[in-house]
Design a protein around this ligand. Structure first.
Ligand code: NAI
Ligand code: MG
Length: 354
């Protein structure tokens, strides 16, 4: 059986980092006989230049027909003056909508070799291996809103938060399934001491938890969770939360990792899921062959794990990354005295070989 992977390099360093991830996927394919097939499509500024739109229908169709999508990054100063509706970044929102990407998974794993890059004390970050499961298409970001109205003699604005039981059930199920593949612990984060939506969230997660007796489940208020990520991040396995809290907590957790170039993400969809590094198109270093491809390589590993259920190949890629870092290879963003400086293609080859 063959798997079809749609690759969308996008803009800036997108081309370099997706080339790199595809090379590593091909090495994994050779070893595990996966039968991967790649097809390339445009999105972002590159697509705007060719077709006058950042997200051609042909790209959407290819994504829908694929087993998984590997996405680089979009955007750049070159398109700053483009009509806002056609800006490169619109491609991401368009894909979220077209593919029904309802959940965002953001793992933060700190390799032993990289503890000193975290702003936290090394003894706090050693062994951090968590994933934030954020609801992505509901909650306050998508509720009814009012930009301006008069109320009791003053101007006001408002945003409504709402969550339905099926929306929470879907994300909770994903969180428990993810925990089953990991260390078997879910922490659900809300603000149920104040918010009605959070009370429904907590009730619904508790019901879903009954179907997963093998998974341990606890609850934290979001303010406490924000503190816990900074003071005791190793306590977490899977954190599940709504759109707003997840947006903030996932950026907080990302800095614990220390390097933006290292972190992958998955956006889980109803049919196809999309995998991309958390960073952008890095126009300041594009075209120089020095971008750190590891965030994209680890995104490719997530694609193997979550979309193709090829666990062994995913594990092998993650282990190869750890090995390369442990041996002291560093791209310029992470390079320090005493390490071996390598460029994008060199680190790619080193990881592929391992
Ligand atoms: P950025 O993440 O592209 O870059 C921030 C800084 O980190 C830069 O100094 C960059 O050189 C560095 N950096 C990022 N990834 C790196 C890597 N793999 N290796 C080495 N260094 C790396 O964020 P910025 O500068 O705010 O945005 C640049 C463009 O990317 C903008 O047009 C923005 O809208 C877009 N963007 C796109 C995203 C996406 O496609 N999902 C996400 C975030 C931003
Ligand atoms: Mg954010």
């Amino acid at each position: 059986m063959a798997y079809k992977i749609t690759v969308i390099p996008g803009d800036g360093i997108g081309q370099e980092i997706t080339d790199s991830a595809v090379e590593v996927l091909k090495a994994a394919d050779k070893k595990f006989n996966l039968g991967l097939e790649f097809d390339y499509h445009d999105a972002g500024g590159t697509a705007y230049d060719k077709f006058g739109t950042p997200l051609p229908q042909e790209t959407i169709d290819a994504c829908k027909a694929a087993d998984g999508v590997l996405f680089g990054a979009v955007g750049g100063d070159k398109w700053d003056k483009v009509d806002p509706a056609k800006r490169p970044e619109k491609a991401i929102l368009g894909l979220r909508k077209a593919l029904g990407l309802y959940a965002n998974l953001r793992p933060v794993k700190v390799a032993d070799a990289l503890v000193e890059y975290s702003p936290l004390k090394p003894e706090l970050v050693k062994g951090v291996d968590l994933v934030i499961v954020r609801e992505l298409i509901g909650g306050i970001y998508f509720g009814e809103k009012c930009e301006s109205e008069q109320h009791n003699g003053a101007e006001r604005a408002w945003d409504l938060e709402n969550y339905s039981v099926p929306e929470v059930e879907r994300i909770a199920n994903l969180a428990f399934e993810t925990a089953k593949l990991r260390r078997g612990k879910v922490t659900s984060v809300d603000k149920s001491n104040v918010l009605a939506t959070s009370r429904l969230w907590r009730r619904t997660v508790a019901k879903v938890a009954e179907n997963y007796p093998e998974v341990e489940c606890n609850n934290l208020y979001v303010d406490n969770c924000a503190m816990q990520i900074a003071v005791n991040p190793t306590q977490f396995d899977v954190i599940v939360t709504g759109n707003l809290f997840g947006d903030i907590l996932s950026d907080e957790a990302a800095v614990v990792g220390g390097s933006i170039g290292m972190l992958p993400s998955a956006s889980i969809g109803e049919c196809t899921s999309l995998y991309e590094p958390i960073h952008g198109s890095a126009p300041d270093i594009a075209g120089q062959g020095i971008a750190n491809p590891i965030g994209t390589i680890l995104s490719a590993a997530m694609l193997l794990r979550y979309s193709l259920h090829e666990e062994a190949a995913a594990d092998a890629i993650e282990a190869a990354v750890d090995k390369a870092l442990g041996e002291g290879y560093r791209t310029p963003d992470l390079w320090k005295e005493g390490f071996t400086k390598v460029n994008t293609s060199e680190i790619t080859k080193i990881i592929s070989e391992r």
